[in-house]
Write a protein of this length. Structure first.
Length: 382
């Protein structure tokens, strides 16, 4: 209140002072331009200038207010459009989850029109179209999603791959993820697709990435073993091919009993088989590996017999070692030593193979009674 009174007082004083100046001398101003003249008092001119300045100021403010009003109106329209888009998108996503795919498609496409991120709508719409079996509309929406911005490229690739997997189109699934950055979802999709396609080499190439993201190490190890076995058993595999596959395996797989035995079954190079078996037995003593070491041809029997006899120092009470020695001696022509080793193996632990081979040796000697006894025992074990 005090400020208002002071301001009013100042205005009165200023007005009185200006009035005194006007009364003392009104002044004279002559403006001439191009033959035209204007005559007026000095204070009238000053007043006109002041009024013009004030009018211009308020006119500019009026224009500014009008401009701001238009901006506010435009923003209000945009906000309204965004809110409507969000509502339509939310309804579309709800219908998609409920399985009402035709309505989902309608709302999602309507919501895309005013959305700041229409790529999400187009991806979901492509999913709805795929569920409806409309391949043309699915592809159209996937193209629109990719065109909407680079930030949804990965999402579009993953969505396309998931749709392909749902349809059982595994080759399309792999193609969709060709340029995708690896993550848990992408790797799992690739793994599923390659398994269905039985692309064992491609799975092997993917294994380092799968190993890094594996949560269950035991399951991952079993999966790697399965892939390795399938690669070794692949039709048309050569000795060199199988050897290359085997040598590139991780140590925990390279000395796995099942893999070693599979390698021995698919390769016909006795020298290579002997080396692999010997290294595997050295790494971990397994009865199956030791027994398999005894199944030799004449090409490596001498070396194997020498190696197996060396094992006798630490494994003299192992039935598999005596079974191995018996087979090697039999192959080498040492029938009596073979028969003794078979009997020693049976005394420690009965096995079908030892009884069968011992029955053969008894039959070879003409002792058919003992041979029949061993055969009956072998059959009972079988």
């Amino acid at each position: 209140m005090k400020r208002l009174l002071i301001l009013l007082l100042l205005v009165i004083v200023a007005a009185g002072w200006i009035g005194t100046l006007v009364a003392r001398d009104p002044g004279y101003v002559l403006i001439s331009y191009d033959g035209a003249t204007i005559q007026t008092g000095f204070w009238v001119l000053v007043g006109g200038v002041i009024l013009t300045a004030i009018g211009g100021y308020y006119l500019l403010r009026l224009f500014g207010a009008a401009s701001r009003t238009a901006t506010y109106y435009r923003r209000w329209q945009e906000d309204r459009k965004r809110r409507k888009s969000m509502q339509l998108t939310q309804k579309g996503l709800t219908f998609l989850q409920e399985g009402t795919f035709d309505r989902a498609l309608k709302f999602l496409l309507s919501g895309a029109e005013g959305s700041e991120h229409p790529g999400v709508n187009y991806i979901a719409a492509a999913d709805a179209a795929d569920q409806l079996g409309n391949a043309e509309l699915r592809e159209q929406n996937l193209r629109l999603a990719r065109a909407s911005g680079k930030d949804v490229n990965l999402a579009a690739m993953v969505a396309e791959a998931k749709m392909s997997a749902r349809r059982g189109d595994w080759q399309r699934c792999i193609t969709s993820l060709k340029d995708a950055t690896d993550n848990d979802v992408v790797l799992e999709l690739k793994k599923r697709a390659l398994l269905q396609l039985r692309s064992w080499q491609a799975l092997s190439d993917l294994m380092p990435a799968l190993r890094k993201t594996a949560q269950d190490r035991q399951a991952q190890s079993e999966f790697e073993k399965h892939v390795a076995l399938q690669r070794l058993k692949a039709p048309g595999n050569t000795n060199d091919g199988a050897a290359t596959i085997y040598k590139k395996l991780a140590d925990d797989l390279k000395y796995n009993t099942e893999i070693v035995l599979t390698f021995c079954d698919v390769v016909d190079d006795e020298v290579e088989i002997e080396l692999v078996l010997r290294n595997a037995v050295k790494k971990q003593w397994r009865d199956q590996l030791v027994t398999r070491y005894g199944a030799a041809t004449r090409e490596t029997v001498t070396r194997r017999l020498k190696v197996a006899e060396g094992w006798n120092k630490n494994h003299s009470d192992d039935y598999a070692l005596h079974l191995c020695l018996a087979q090697l001696n039999e192959q080498a022509g040492n029938k009596e030593q073979a028969k003794a080793s078979y009997q020693r193996s049976i005394a420690i632990q009965e096995s079908r193979l030892a009884n069968e081979r011992l029955a053969f040796l008894f039959a070879f000697e003409g002792d058919y009674k003992k041979s029949n006894e061993r055969l009956r025992k072998a059959l009972s074990l079988a």
